[in-house]
Structures are given as C-alpha cells and as structure tokens.
Design a protein around this ligand. Structure first.
Ligand code: ARG
Length: 459
C-alpha cells in the first residue's frame, strides 16, 4: 500500500472501508484527459515564473502525455487507495520522474484542480451538446421539405384548435432547441473562467501567474476570489439546468409523437428500426425509444436538484460533499447526449400519415376561429362574432355536420353580414391559408420562418 500524498501527519493506515467510501476514481477517471491538460498548463506556468526549470517542465509534460495515453488505452491500473484521478496521475508521475513529479502540485490544491478539470470537461460537453442540438434542428428543418403540402391540426389542451402548416410544428421545435443552445452559450461564459491557482482556498504566497495558465487553457477570464473558486459549482448547476430543459423539450416532443403514433391519432409512422415489439402481443409496435426519451428526462431534472441540494448546506469554501457533483454532471450529460442522438435519427426517419391526417382534418371545427375573424373583418365586434360562431358550431354538432356544410341562408340567418365569399374561408386548408401575422402558421409566414432557419443553420 502506497503512502498517501497527504499522509505526513497520520499515524494509522486509512481504514479500507473509508477508502472504499471516499474514493471517486470509480467515476472521475473520465476526467483523466482534462486533468492532464490542466496539469500541463500548470507546469508550464510554474516554469515560466521560475518555480521549476524548463527541463523539469518538459519532463512533467512529456510524462503526463505518456500517462494519458496509457489511461486512454486502458493500460493504467486504478486503485481505491489512491482516491481520485488527480492522485492517480500525480503518483504515476512521481513514480516515473521522482522528485520532479513531486513539484507539480506546487501552488495548487486538488480544490482548484478539480474545478479546473470540471470546467474543461463541461466546456467540451457544451460543445458536443450544442452540436447535437444543431443536428436535431437540421433534422426538423429538413422535414419541412417532405411535409411541404401538409396541414396539421394545432392543439391546445390536446383539443383541436386551429390548423397550421406541418412545417410550423417542426420549426416550433427549432425555436425551443435554439433557446437551449443560447442558454448553453451563456453558461459557457461562466464555465470559461479559470479557477486554476486559486489553490486550497486562500491563494498562495508563491509568485504564480494565473493569467498565463488561464491563457494556455483558453479560458477567457480568471476567477478573482480564491474562496469563491474553492466553493463555486454554479456552473454545474447551470449546465445541469440546461440539460434538464433540453430533456424537458425532448420529453414534450416524445409525448406528442407517442400520441401521434397511436391508432387513435394515426398521424405518424416510425421506422421499424426505432420501434420494438411485445413479447406476448404479436401485433404490437411500441414507441419505446420515445417513451424512454420521455422517461429519461427525469434524470437531468433530478441531477439539477442533486447539485442544488448538495450545495445549499455548504459553508465557504471546499467541502468534500462536492465530490458528489460529478455524478450529477456525468449523468445529465450522458443522458441528454444519448437522447439527442436518437431524437435526430427519429425525426429524420419518421413519416407523417398524410391520408389519415387529411381524412380527419375537417373534424373538430378547426375553421371556427377563421370564421370569427371573417366576421370581424366585416365589422362585427369580436365578442359578438365569438357568440355567433359558437351558436353555429352548436347547430353543426346537433346535425353532425361541418361549418362548410351550412347553407348561405343558414349562415346569413346567424349573421346577415356573411356573403358567399365565406366558402373561401371555411375548411381547414382555407383557415390555415388565411393566417398571415408574423410568426403564425400560415403559408407565407411559415415560408419566411423556414428561410430564416435554413440560412441560420447554413442549409
Ligand atoms: N476527489 C475530490 C473531489 O472530487 C477532489 C478534491 C479533494 N479535495 C480535498 N480537499 N480533499 O472533489
């Protein structure tokens, strides 16, 4: 058993149960690459200010690269008694280069080191998630072409409300995922502030150059207060919140498509490769992937809570509780990345069931609001028009017919201002076509939106 790096004042070996309880190597080994990146920048800074020689720096940097390669190739042994990834790498370095390795941790503590690692890791995570969000946006925008001619019922309260172009749905998701991307870009501003050199909690009496190491690591700023550095995990709470909201949007979409995939709706066909069967009912085709995307959204939502609950009871500055932050970070990241990958593939592969949709399009009085707006254009006060159309809908319901089935005489009896141009307004397609306000689901405004997204996404 190796002596602990912090073992100087201890007279007993650590209890094996304590080692197993306090270790984090079982989950933080994935920080290896960023830990090495951070340590190499730290070593270069130490050389620049003269705390180590250029030769020593070179030995450290090269050996760390070697260790990194071994870890990546799975040739490196992890042990509980070395606690975490930071200790593993430092002890391997010292094993190989002796006293030179013992200098690396000069003017640094694991507290600023772990935060540096987490920030570098989160920065990469943000870049990857942003790319996946963009891929999903592209998949939605590309659906617009396929579904050019299609009109869908828009729902509120899951009740048929007003008709919109199908593309309006796809572009609505583009908006949501775009806000997610904006939130991540904003989160990155806080992630991109260097904690390195904050040391344990108070900074150091050694002549370090924190701006230099920050620059090497491509941080855009340097954190100003060492106590804050040691205790700050705001960026993880923010990142997990961003993941929770992406997951919420994915869950909304999955829920919608699960409903659309049912026989009751019959709106959408999912590719066989993305559905699964039942072990007992031979006819079944289940939207399990969508259900799991909906189900897995619980995780990032829980992860942001885990971070907040973890942090809320902590006094300044580092407390060991914070070691648990990684579990939430990795879980939120992995879950959302996996969901996004599958979501884009499903959006690409799905097909709207034109015939089923068209067959039911005239159900549910999707044109009622268009009729009311026609009355408004003819001078009827809105509330009066609302009442008139409501009565006409009730009349249709009593006869099991549609608004368009009413005769001109019947319509004029309800409102004398109605003329025979009304039949260019009634019907779901006409009602959709009449929508013209900015951001609405009609022909021209949707074309405009579509053009916006094609340009924005470089399509
Ligand atoms: N494994 C620890 C963590 O993840 C590293 C920091 C340990 N710092 C300390 N003072 N014990 O938080």
């Amino acid at each position: 058993m190796a002596a602990k790096a912090w073992g100087g004042r201890f007279q007993q070996q650590t209890d094996a149960r304590v080692e197993a309880f306090t270790e984090s190597i079982s989950f933080d080994s994935r920080l290896a690459a960023v830990d090495i990146q951070g340590s190499q920048a730290h070593a270069r800074m130490l050389a620049k200010v003269g705390l180590i020689t250029d030769d020593e720096c070179q030995q450290i940097v090269e050996t760390l690269t070697q260790i990194g390669g071994e870890i990546k190739r799975g040739e490196f042994e992890f042990r509980f008694d070395l606690e975490d990834i930071h200790m593993h790498i430092e002890s391997a370095l010292t094993e190989r280069v002796g006293d030179v390795g013992r200098k690396l941790h000069t003017a640094r503590s694991r507290n600023d080191q772990v935060s540096t690692d987490l920030k570098l890791y989160t920065r990469e995570a943000i870049q990857r998630i942003d790319g996946l969000l963009k891929d999903l946006q592209v998949a939605f925008v590309e659906r617009c072409e396929k579904d050019q001619a299609l009109v869908l019922p828009g729902f509120t309260h899951l009740q048929r409300a007003q008709p919109v172009k199908a593309a309006h749905y796809w572009l609505a998701y583009c908006e949501k995922f775009d806000r997610d991307r904006q939130r991540l870009a904003d989160c990155l501003k806080r992630v991109n502030v260097s904690p390195l050199g904050g040391a344990a909690l108070a900074g150091t009496s050694l002549p370090i150059d924190r701006h230099y190491s920050a620059e090497l690591l491509e941080f855009t700023d340097v954190a100003r207060n060492s106590l804050d550095i040691s205790s700050d995990r705001d960026y993880l709470a923010e990142f997990c919140f961003c993941m929770a909201l992406v997951a919420t949007h994915l869950s909304n979409w999955a829920e919608e498509w699960i409903a659309w995939f049912s026989t009751e709706f019959g709106f959408i066909k999912l590719p066989d490769a993305f559905t699964t069967g039942s072990s007992i009912m031979p006819q079944k085709r289940n939207p399990d992937v969508l259900e799991l995307i909906r189900g897995k959204s619980a995780r990032p939502i829980a992860d942001v809570q885990q971070i907040l609950v973890l942090l809320k009871g902590l006094p300044m500055a580092y407390n060991r509780d914070m070691q648990e932050d990684k579990l939430a970070l990795f879980d939120a990241y992995d879950t959302v990345a996996a969901c996004l990958e599958l979501a884009a593939a499903m959006v690409e592969g799905a097909e709207l069931q034109q015939d089923t949709i068209a067959a039911k399009l005239e159900d549910g009085f999707l044109d009622a609001t268009a009729l009311m707006e026609y009355l408004i254009k003819k001078g009827t006060p809105m509330r009066t028009g609302h009442g008139i159309v409501g009565k006409l809908v009730a009349l249709c319901e009593s006869r099991s017919c549609r608004l368009v089935d009413l005769s001109l005489e019947e319509l004029q009896e309800a409102c004398p201002q109605i003329e025979d141009d009304i039949y260019q307004v009634l019907g779901a397609r006409n009602a959709m076509a009449a929508l013209c306000s900015f951001g609405s689901g009609g022909e021209a405004p949707v074309q405009e939106q579509w053009g916006y997204w094609k340009e924005k996404l470089g399509l």
